[in-house]
Design a protein around this ligand. Sequence first.
Ligand SMILES: *Cc1c(COP(=O)(O)O)cnc(C)c1O
Length: 398
Amino acid sequence: MSAASEKNAAIGRAEQILYKTYNRFPVIFDHGKGVHLYDTEGNEYLDFGAGIAVVGLGYGDPEYTAALEVQAGKLLHISNLFYNQPAIDAGEKLLKAAQMDRVFFTNSGTEAIEGALKIAKRYAYNRDGHGGHEIIAMKHSFHGRSLGALSVTGNDHYQEPFAPLLPGIRFAQFNDLDSVKALVNEKTCAVILETIQGEGGIYPAEKGFLQGVRELCDEHDMLLILDEIQCGMGRSGDMFAWQGYGVKPDVMTVAKALGNGVPIGAFLACGAAATAMVPGDHGTTYGGNPFVCAAAAKVLEIFENRDIVDHVRRIGGYLWDRLEELKGRHDCIADHRGKGLIQGLEFHGPVSGIVRKALLEQQLVLISAGANIIRFVPPLVITEEDVDVMIEKLEKVL
Ligand SMILES: *Cc1c(COP(=O)(O)O)cnc(C)c1O
């Protein structure tokens, strides 16, 4: 059988067995190197999606891979009934980068959100001696697919089939402080938002908005939860996007690039939020196991040693300029937003055709964020040359 017919047969089998919650592109990726992916037919693709903002260090980084190999040979899992050294190392590095007090490791971003919501509820319960509190979230947000995370995801289309969800969630308009103020009452215990909205279409929070929400939270003793799952870990040009605003959350969630492909997330807390939950309140079997924490510890070490954040700042500026030029040349582009290596181009119509054509004809991996928006979330280690190649390929498609 030719490679192409083998691929088609494999895709046929996949369509028989995998639960159909995705419309996948007809490509089977086999391996990656740096910022390139290779399919089973030997084609090379330039990757500007990084597995949805996950593979920050690119594919097959030798130092990262060696750390996984060493840990795989020593100990994968032991449960949280015991201590393990990689979790201590990863936790210390992460807390130092965030200047926060406590960390809990999870298996995904969604689970980090679940933990953050539980902190908010527990914090208010400790204070008031009863439950029944409310949380303010944002329209067009995305926080994950489990029932708690879905409850704070401001997307009717995602929510409707699974109602009723968590009670007491109210939705404000992102970047509209008055709309948040209007929802605050004596029951409100937290405000949750993405510092830069990702899935909703790459909308950075405005400085005045974020500062205003912080002040509002302080005034009413509510926790500020910032979801940095997509925009964190250097992607915005700061280690965590809020650091570029001078606004510090009480609770932060991270995941995606934290493990560089190994499934790990975390919620971090500071001040009184860091001690709100007590033994018995929360747990996980896999979360923070030695294997995933060895990966995260190595990622954080590489971030420091190679000054990844500084690189993102520089290359993000270059990407910004090139996309601005592109926008100037093409009337089909309606808007350009973002920061660092999380940028988006909004078109006047749906982009699924552009994304598909880029992939299949130009061997360029692009992903969308909503119907009309292409999202640029490449590996953080891309070079100016990679940006130039991407622009050239994208321009052919446009
Ligand atoms: C991806 C994402 C999540 C969910 O993370 P999973 O690892 O898919 O569970 C939550 N919040 C934001 C902002 C995300 O981008």
